[in-house]
Write a protein that binds this ligand. Structure first.
Ligand SMILES: *[C@@H]1O[C@H](CO)[C@@H](O)[C@H](O)[C@H]1NC(C)=O
Ligand SMILES: [Zn+2]
Ligand SMILES: [Zn+2]
Length: 345
């Protein structure tokens, strides 16, 4: 019973965190975000005004201003997982004959991931300045649906190049803006989408590899104790084979931290793998998340009347305006277009 309570709290905390991140990270209208809105609507009459405005201000500071909290959270989770892995799983596995090469792969992945993470955080996403925004105006054509010629950013006063957007968190305009990522505390734009994609891929690989090694260790532990063939005497005094539930209970009681870690890793893996595939799909069809979320439900009736003709010829939800063929689309991510290159196509 105690265990179940603990587990319930754990799941609730994880779901709340995801809901918060979904709600405040700019992608509104996710189911969890809507659920959170409902929930706050229900509980807010019972909470004093002062506490409410304090919560609101902290959320604002967390998600709408640049801060390093998520960098630390990220580091902390990593230290916990790798600490647990090195402390319990590593020794156990090498005793049980897992080769030391496969046990070292997680550390190599950690190094690769950390480097990519560093690149994501520190590389300029493609900030537009007075000096270089004129050249950037020529990189992409205006589709006259999401991006219109001659529009100025109301904050920077610069003419907006097509596909650019002003990031309110960083207070700058960014070329080929994708989204502002709180985890890397940076915008994702023309110059760092490639690092972001590779970073997501490396985190998935890391989570999957540590999870596989951990699962392998648990399996070996079960095999070694002979639990698969164990029997117990039930209330009627009959002999019963210990089933999977019995084995899971046994594992929870013997290796509680490891089982929790495995659950966490599997969860992170599926979450990030889904997110990676979404971004990969966007990269293949040459769209940014910004365009994806803005363009959903956009149909020709909503277009500016003068651009209706333009619209009919180029609108296709799966091949957006900037689609140039799968290989070229991918190439654009890894070798961002420069003003001079544009002339070739
Ligand atoms: C514009 O110039 C700034 C400052 O030198 C630089 O950081 C930024 O990357 C440049 N933007 C692009 C899109 O090249
Ligand atoms: Zn701006
Ligand atoms: Zn930003």
């Amino acid at each position: 019973m105690d265990f179940l309570t603990l587990f319930g709290i754990y799941v609730a905390v994880v779901l709340t965190c995801i809901a918060l991140v979904c709600k405040y990270s700019g992608h509104q209208q996710t189911p969890l975000g809507l659920l959170l809105d409902k929930f706050t609507g229900i509980v807010s009459p019972w909470i004093p005004q002062r506490i409410q405005s304090f919560c609101y201000r902290s959320m604002h500071r967390l998600f709408h201003q640049r801060n390093n909290l998520f960098l630390f959270l990220h580091l902390l989770l990593e230290v916990v997982v790798y600490g647990e892995f090195s402390y319990e799983v590593f020794g156990f596995c090498s005793d049980m004959g897992t080769s030391s090469i496969s046990l070292c792969v997680p550390y190599v992945l950690l190094a690769v991931k950390s480097y990519l993470f560093y690149l994501c955080c520190s590389r300029d996403p493609g900030t537009l300045t007075k000096a270089n925004h004129t050249a950037q105006l020529k990189v992409y054509q205006y589709d006259e649906k999401l991006f219109h010629q001659g529009v100025r950013c109301s904050t920077c006063q610069l003419l907006k190049p097509a596909r650019s957007k002003h990031c309110r968190v960083c207070n700058r305009c960014v070329q080929r803006f994708d989204h502002h990522c709180v985890w890397v505390n940076n915008c994702i734009g023309a110059q760092n989408t490639r690092f972001f994609l590779l970073y997501l891929l490396s985190v998935c690989a890391m989570a999957a590899d540590v999870a596989v090694l951990t699962a392998d260790m648990l399996l070996k532990a079960v095999l070694r104790t002979g639990l698969l063939h164990a029997h117990y005497i039930d209330e009627q005094g009959e002999q019963q084979l210990a089933g999977p539930i019995f084995i899971i209970q046994h594992l929870f009681l013997t290796f509680p931290r490891i089982v929790f870690m495995l659950g966490f890793l599997v969860f992170v893996f599926f979450l990030l793998a889904g997110y990676f595939m979404f971004h990969m799909y966007l990269a293949l069809i040459n769209q940014t998340s910004n365009e994806w979320f803005k363009g959903k439900g956009h149909s020709c009736q909503h277009c500016h009347p003068y651009s209706a003709h333009n619209c009919r010829t180029s609108y296709n939800p799966f091949r957006g305006f900037y689609y140039r063929g799968i290989l070229k689309n991918l190439g654009e991510i890894f070798w961002p277009l420069c003003p001079a290159q544009k002339k070739e196509n």
